[in-house]
Design a protein around this ligand. Structure first.
Ligand code: ADP
Ligand code: MG
Length: 318
């Protein structure tokens, strides 16, 4: 459904996205995850046919987003980050206007706007002025707009941004109900969101893809650098070197000392090895005391922080 090849965009010479390569298959829900400025909105604008890339290309539903942008726009329902809703139009009036812009006419147009209002639970506010609606309702009007021309592909830029937890749940349920008939690419900076909604995650950072996988595998991959925390005494400044020499240890990070004599270290270790046993053996041989030794399994959030903090070389997959 989406095929991006070396997709790049520069604004006034500054790189916003840098040679992105990824695919999205029909029927998938894929999440773009990344901090502010990562390039999520830029990529989505290009894929929706609203802005050309500087170089590279992208095919959406079999059409080139640059050369056949009209065909792309007919097949894509794009919800921009700041949906430009007309504040002084009424909901139904606005959706009729948008549906006509997108080529729907007459009875079909009226039936379809009724359908999307039902789908997005905004029928009860159809006569209200958009400007007077709450953020959650506005968001759902924007979603109804994105859906009205029956697109195969939905590109939703931060669809849950600014919503309260109840509204977020409603949007999430709506997206789930849409998944049978649609391919969905959504962006978010909230990890939990992609864990709950997406089949696959593409992690963007500073305009580059630093990982793409299922939320589960990403977490597992992050687990590839799980951490062990140890607090010990009696090493006389040798601990870091000795711990570093253990098999499976990638990196030893000293933590500031809280108490006289006790030293704390966080060890980045490889996934398969549980180094706790070797640490105990080492401590016995060296005569160290240990009062804390535990393994921390990272969450998706840790993975995200680890990758985006540029701490080590992120694993490139897919
Ligand atoms: N219209 C624009 N003009 C100039 N720079 C822009 C413009 N839009 C985005 N950028 C820059 O491009 C980079 C990526 O931005 P964006 O795609 O909005 O990221 P995200 O949606 O992940 O927050 C940022 O450094 C941003 O400042
Ligand atoms: Mg954005």
């Amino acid at each position: 459904m989406i095929d991006a090849l070396d997709l790049s965009k520069q604004y006034a010479g500054r790189v916003a996205i840098d040679r992105l390569n990824f695919q999205v298959d029909r029927g998938e829900i894929v999440g773009f995850l990344g901090p502010n400025g990562a390039g999520k909105s830029t990529t989505m604008r290009i894929l929706s046919g609203f802005m050309p890339p500087t170089s590279g290309r992208a095919m959406v539903a079999g059409y080139d987003v640059f050369r056949e942008s009209l065909a792309v726009r007919r097949r894509v329902g794009y919800m921009p980050e700041m949906a430009p809703l007309y504040q002084d139009m009424r909901v139904k009036e606005y959706l009729h206007f948008r549906a006509e812009l997108k080529g729907l006419r007459g009875r079909d147009m009226r039936i379809r706007t009724g359908e999307v209002m039902e789908l997005c639970s905004i029928t009860d506010v159809r006569r209200r002025l958009i400007g007077n609606l709450s953020k959650g309702y506005k968001q759902r009007v924007a979603l109804a707009d994105a859906l009205v021309h029956r697109p195969d592909l939905l590109i939703l830029d931060e669809p849950t941004n600014g919503l309260d937890p109840t509204q977020i749940r409603q949007v999430r349920e709506l997206l789930r109900s849409l998944r049978q008939d649609h391919t969905i690419l959504l962006s978010t900076h909230i990890l939990h969101e992609v864990e709950l909604t997406c089949d696959r995650v593409i992690l963007l950072h500073q305009g580059k893809i630093c990982a793409q996988d299922t939320p589960r595998n990403l977490t597992r991959q992050l687990r590839a650098t799980s951490a062990v925390r140890v607090e010990l005494k009696g090493a006389e400044g040798e601990a870091q070197k000795d711990l570093q020499a253990l098999t499976g240890v990638r990196k030893v990070i000293p933590r500031s000392r809280r108490e006289e004599g006790w030293e704390t270290y966080v060890l980045r270790v490889e996934s398969q090895s549980d180094v706790r046993e070797s640490i105990m053996d080492l401590a016995l041989r060296k005569g160290w005391k240990i009062r804390e030794l535990h393994r921390q399994l990272p969450t998706l959030e840790d993975v995200f922080v680890e990758i985006t903090a540029g701490d080590g070389v992120p694993a490139q997959k897919g």
